[in-house]
Design a protein. Structure first.
Length: 476
């Protein structure tokens, strides 16, 4: 039979000697006697399986208390309670505890019985170990599932990293877990849990020659079961253990995840394997965050481009004023509104008198500055509901909605004439300019946009015929 160990519990060493005599035909055993069940187990027995034998005839406690003590102190051990008397069948039945009288010890079946108990104990312990391992694997799978769910259901990098760090902390009962991002050779803080609490900044920044930078630069994990006397921690009086894991997509290192304990710890293969999986999840989360950020920026850029194209399609490139296209859209809307509310609209067409002279005398660049300045002055003196548009060249169109009387248009025309007759100082040159304005009204002078503009043009040239710097109403 395989070697086994026996602990006898008796106030008399003679009990142990008797057991030795009964087992004299079997050499594969070790036996030690302790005076009571509460005595400390010898170190050589602590880690091994053993069978207990209690001398009931020399124990001060009652049978009931002895059974309770055995169940309390040694719930997973096999015990033989031995007495000179034969215990009746009504004796308490307790799993793992057997009542035997002295005569049974001398029976030829005792040693085979003892061997069977040893084998049973080995099977029970093996089953317990398997159950413990299964429970550990289940715990690891649940932690992995938790991290995976956060990854698939949450686009927030902070939230996903926090969940992954929580799982890593639970796996090895760590004291500190943290992630640093790695880009352009520099580490930057991303997320950390210290003693179970989320941290907004690192406990300390990574040392250039420390474990975090080494993992980032080499792209390989580093396992330190004890920091004491380890080369990476030779300048620090730290005690503990740490695993540094690269966060990689392909061969590109995106960051580093560290899992640290304040005590030395022998990281198991299963722990490392699970931590590596969590590191992969963190890598995917970082990559997803980068891709999401890029996608969001592309959306913003696309919207800006679309808005710019739309703006360019509806505005004059030189002055930024609405162009003919936007003018047509707005006057069509104003005509519809005026028809519903039975209101009038004033439309003005005007150009700058003698702009050609400015271009010839000062150059087209000054002429362009003049057009821009004219646009700015016009916007500054009009109502928010009014629309001033550049038709092209030196021509401008103006929509005046909700006109109550022709006098309102006259006041606006006079403000324009006054504003534009004030000298412009452009590129060190004083420019004097005037304008001629033609005025029409909807619906009195027409109901179609093109017809209104044509009649406003006729009225403008009537103003020019009078010498310019004046307004003129259209007359049939």
């Amino acid at each position: 039979m395989a070697p086994f160990q026996i602990l006898t519990f008796s106030l008399k060493n003679s009990f142990m000697r008797k057991i030795k005599e009964y087992l004299s035909s079997c050499s594969a055993f070790q036996i030690i006697n302790l005076p009571s069940l509460s005595e400390e187990i010898p170190p050589v027995f602590k880690e091994d399986d053993w069978i207990g034998m209690v001398d009931l005839d020399n124990q001060p406690e009652s049978l009931e208390n002895i059974v309770k003590t055995v169940q309390s102190l040694y719930p997973e051990k096999v015990f033989l309670l031995i007495s000179k008397e034969v215990y009746p069948e009504s004796s308490p039945t307790v799993p793992g505890i057997y009542f035997i009288d002295h005569d049974s010890l001398s029976c030829s079946l005792f040693i085979p019985f003892l061997a069977a108990l040893v084998e049973k104990s080995d099977l029970v312990n093996a089953n317990l170990q398997v159950e413990t391992d299964l429970n550990q694997r289940l715990s690891e799978l649940l932690l992995i599932r938790k991290a995976s769910l956060h990854l698939t259901m949450n686009l927030s990098l902070d939230s996903v990293l926090e969940s992954i760090l929580e799982s890593a902390m639970e796996l090895v009962t760590a004291d500190d877990t943290h992630v640093f991002l790695y880009e352009h050779g520099v580490l930057s803080f991303a997320s950390a849990l210290f003693n179970g609490h989320q941290q907004r900044k690192p406990f300390m920044n990574p040392r250039p020659e420390g474990i975090t930078y080494k993992v980032a630069k080499e792209g390989e994990k580093i396992i330190v079961n004890s920091m004491t006397n380890h080369p990476l921690f030779k300048d620090l009086s730290w005690e503990g253990s740490i695993v540094g894991l690269p966060l990689k997509i392909g061969t590109t290192v995106l960051g580093v995840m560290n899992v640290a304990l304040k005590r030395a710890h022998e990281f198991t293969k299963n722990e490392i394997r699970t931590l590596e999986f969590l590191a992969e999840q963190a890598s995917i989360a970082i990559q997803n965050a980068k891709l999401y950020e890029q996608a969001q920026q592309e959306i913003v850029d696309r919207k800006k481009a679309e808005e710019a194209i739309k703006y360019m399609a509806h505005h004059d490139a030189l002055t930024g004023l609405p162009n003919r296209r936007l003018f047509n859209e707005r006057i069509s809307l104003e005509i519809s509104r005026s028809q519903r509310n039975n209101q009038k609209i004033g439309v003005m067409l005007f150009d700058l008198d003698h702009l050609k002279n400015v271009n010839d005398s000062f150059g087209h660049s000054v002429g362009d500055l003049l057009l821009q300045s004219v646009g700015q002055r016009l916007v500054g003196l009009l109502r928010k509901s009014d629309t001033v548009a550049r038709m092209g060249g030196d021509e401008f169109l103006l929509i005046l909605p909700e006109m109550k009387q022709p006098q309102d248009a006259i006041l606006t025309a006079e403000r324009i004439l006054s504003a534009l007759s004030t000298p412009f100082l452009l590129d060190g040159n004083q420019i004097n300019i005037t304008t001629s304005i033609g005025i029409v009204f909807f619906p009195n002078d027409g109901t179609e946009v093109d017809d209104l503009i044509k009649k406003a043009d006729i009225a403008m040239y009537k103003a020019k015929e009078k010498g310019g710097n004046i307004y003129h109403f259209y007359t049939a």
